[in-house]
Design a protein around this ligand. Structure first.
Ligand SMILES: C[S@@+](CC[C@H](N)C(=O)[O-])C[C@H]1O[C@@H](n2cnc3c(N)ncnc32)[C@H](O)[C@@H]1O
Length: 282
């Protein structure tokens, strides 16, 4: 039982996370221990393991458990326009400047990345925000919103783009009517909005380098909080390298970026944690 696990099991937990990385391919070694311990407790209860060592044996006998563990260790809570203030500030501070910059240079591409997209609410919110902001000019732009996550289950649901009444309850009636089709029990994201978003698997802890380059804007919200400081810094440096100049990094109201990153970026909004990467002047 989870309650039988004491502080002295820290070494066993390290061993278990090392095994999950080595044999299961999921790297939770640098996640904050509090959430990992709580969530692991669920898997121990579900599998009848009494200790981390028991659970390691269970993993050897049931390799399919690795995926279940990875799903349980990732918290997928999200919502459309989850931080209303952050999206408002993106519309106010980022989009006008970015669009003017692109038009001046005769560029038509707008490249976004939602770096921990969960079930798709965030990237679809970005697409809707762009549609609202650009209005008739939407079709002048070639928009790509890359959306990645490590939860295969969440990615599958995101790709389907169908949500329950509860999932969409935070949206205004106008947005719901404009961008969703009500089909039976569910609300489906309109196909032109879906076409702007492409979903794929990407692990932010990966050391293989960034999957995208020259991005105009990255949303990385409500995920760094689960990572230890050193891993947060590595992820943020990778995101920084993925940005074009100018490029915008949106961390939202919850994350606290390390000082090293704040020194490299111009802060446009301290509450929504909106940062701008400027071209180097030296
Ligand atoms: C709380 S949700 C945040 C969703 C959305 N960004 C938001 O702010 O509403 C956290 C997401 O991060 C994902 N995640 C956790 N670790 C990750 C990693 N190493 N790489 C990519 N995604 C990860 C989880 O699967 C989950 O979908």
């Amino acid at each position: 039982m989870a309650s039988m696990i004491t502080e002295s099991d820290a070494a066993a937990l390290d061993l278990l996370l090392e095994k999950v990385y080595r044999d299961g391919g999921h790297d939770f070694r640098e996640y904050k221990r509090g959430t990992v311990t709580r969530r692991l407790g669920r898997r121990l209860r579900a599998t009848g393991a009494r200790t981390y060592l028991d659970y390691m044996q269970f993993l050897d006998a049931h390799p399919e458990e690795y995926q279940k563990l990875a799903e349980d260790l990732t918290i997928k809570t999200s919502g459309f326009f989850r931080s209303r203030y952050t999206f408002q500030q993106v519309a106010r501070l980022v989009l006008p400047e970015l669009v003017v910059y692109k038009l001046k240079r005769g560029e038509r591409s707008l490249r976004f990345w939602s770096a921990a997209c969960a079930r798709g609410e965030e990237p679809y919110s970005i697409a809707i925000l762009l549609a609202e902001f650009l209005g008739r000019r939407l079709w002048q732009f070639d928009i790509s919103i890359h959306a990645t996550d490590i939860s295969r289950q969440a990615l599958e649901e995101a790709q389907a783009g169908a949500y329950s009444a509860k999932d969409v309850e935070g949206l205004t009636a106008t947005l719901l009517e404009s961008y969703f089709t009500h089909c039976g029990e569910s609300y489906e994201v309109r196909s032109d909005i879906r076409q702007m978003v492409s979903f794929s698997y990407f692990d932010l802890t990966s050391t293989t380098g960034q999957p995208f380059v020259d991005l105009d804007c990255i949303f990385c919200c409500n995920v760094l909080i689960y990572l230890r400081q050193t891993l947060q810094e590595r992820v943020l440096n990778m995101l920084y390298d993925s940005l074009s100049t100018p490029g915008y990094l949106i961390l939202g109201e919850v994350e606290t970026p390390p000082v090293s990153l704040r020194e490299k970026l111009e802060c446009l909004d301290t509450k929504a944690r909106i940062y701008k990467k400027n071209a180097r002047t030296n």
